[in-house]
Design a protein around this ligand. Structure first.
Ligand SMILES: [Zn+2]
Ligand SMILES: [Zn+2]
Length: 383
């Protein structure tokens, strides 16, 4: 079928155009996309910063929609179901899955990088016949998407799809880092370096876990104001504060129990490292560009300090997503508050430009206003 989609043709060149989408095969599902979130990883892909060969590609890896058609063998969802998209459709049989590391599913990782679905092929073609990659096996900057059934999570009734669109990347990544990796406990001090779309969710997760004090660090005063609204006890503006490390150590009585880096730069990773106390660990959530190294003062390893990565929440997305959806329904987790802009598919270029400038938090692209339930989209609309 013909659909409109945002296609990355080569680094720096994204266009919204008509393409062909093939029907779902065994174990796959056709979803009418209601809304999609524009994530920093989309910008990295659009810039070609995640390595060679990742184009031409239909972008978009966090979204929600309605199931329209299922391929043979699919029983977990049915036409009409509201679903969130999840870009790691764990196979549950590979070595990583059997070891309980479902976010590290090996075939999901390989196909995600290759830009195909789980059988190693694509359902997407340009009108001239060129095969297109599926952005992180999701490709939801499009009116419709064919995805692996394992990449769908059914949503409870009553959750607006424009908000549910955020669950499958930013929210699961942030909450997992706090709950599954750091395991923040009540009364522990937490520093969050970088409070954009994902950093604000890290902050929300740490707040729900009872972190205290909770300190937000950024160079953008507007993001810090949002962080305060979402429960940060203190904010440190690196664009004006001259002695950032000293300020953080003072606020946390000598060093934080946990620090989260949600930027993806060596200097912010080092800042997070300097902010923790002996025995504590930095959790790096930010995605660095390919080829970037980070250097740390090695002697400090002697003080039991640690640094570790976290991918996609380091848990079982199929288990964690419904629980996060429930938190939104009960009002414990506010998703609307991290959305700074609502736009149509044609606004994807503007949304990427805002990310490039570090301007605003999340942009939601509304593909289907009838099911998204969002405030009326308008170009570059600021909420
Ligand atoms: Zn993302
Ligand atoms: Zn697996």
């Amino acid at each position: 079928m013909r659909i409109r989609a945002a296609v990355l043709h080569e680094p720096g060149r994204v266009s919204v155009e008509e393409i062909e989408l093939e029907p779902p095969r065994d174990g796959e599902v056709l979803v009418r996309v209601a809304a999609a979130g524009v994530c920093h990883s989309d910008l990295h892909l659009a810039n070609g910063a995640l390595g060679e060969g990742r184009w031409p590609m239909v972008l978009g890896h966090e979204g929600a929609g309605i199931v329209e058609e299922v391929g043979s063998g699919v029983t977990r969802v049915a036409p009409g179901d509201a679903v969130a998209l999840c870009f790691v459709p764990s196979c549950r049989v590979c070595r990583a899955c059997r070891a309980g590391r479902l976010n590290l599913c090996e075939p999901a990782g390989e196909n995600g990088v290759r830009g195909t679905l789980m059988d190693g092929t694509s359902r997407l073609r340009a009108l001239d016949g060129t095969s297109l990659q599926h952005g992180l096996m999701t490709a939801c900057f499009a009116e419709r998407a064919v995805v692996s059934a394992g990449g769908l999570v059914r949503l409870p009734d009553g959750l607006p799809l424009w908000q549910a669109a955020l669950l499958g990347c930013g929210v699961v990544t942030a909450f997992g880092a706090v709950r599954n990796v750091a395991r923040v406990r009540p009364g522990e001090s937490v520093v969050v370096v970088g409070v954009g779309g994902v950093g604000l969710q890290v902050l929300a997760a740490a707040k729900l876990a009872g972190a205290s004090p909770l300190v937000a660090v950024d160079r953008d005063a507007r993001k810090l104001a949002l962080a305060r609204e979402r429960g940060a006890d203190h904010v440190v503006d690196t664009s004006t504060e001259e002695r950032v490390v000293r300020a953080l150590r003072t606020l946390t009585e000598g060093g934080a129990d946990h620090a989260f880096e949600v930027v993806g730069l060596p200097e912010t990773m080092l800042l997070a490292w300097k902010a923790i106390r002996p025995g504590a660990t930095v959790v790096v959530v930010g995605l660095a560009e390919k080829g970037v190294d980070v250097a740390l003062p090695a002697i400090e390893l002697l003080s039991d300090k640690g640094i570790r990565g976290s991918y996609y929440g380091s848990g079982d997305p199929a288990r964690d997503l419904p629980e996060l959806a429930r938190l939104v329904l009960t009002g414990e987790l506010d998703l609307a508050g991290v959305v700074s802009h609502i736009d149509t598919l044609d606004g994807v270029g503007d949304a990427l430009d805002r990310l490039r400038r570090g301007d605003g938090a999340r942009t939601i692209l509304v593909l289907d206003p009838a099911t998204a339930g969002a405030p009326t989209p308008s170009p570059g609309r600021q909420r």
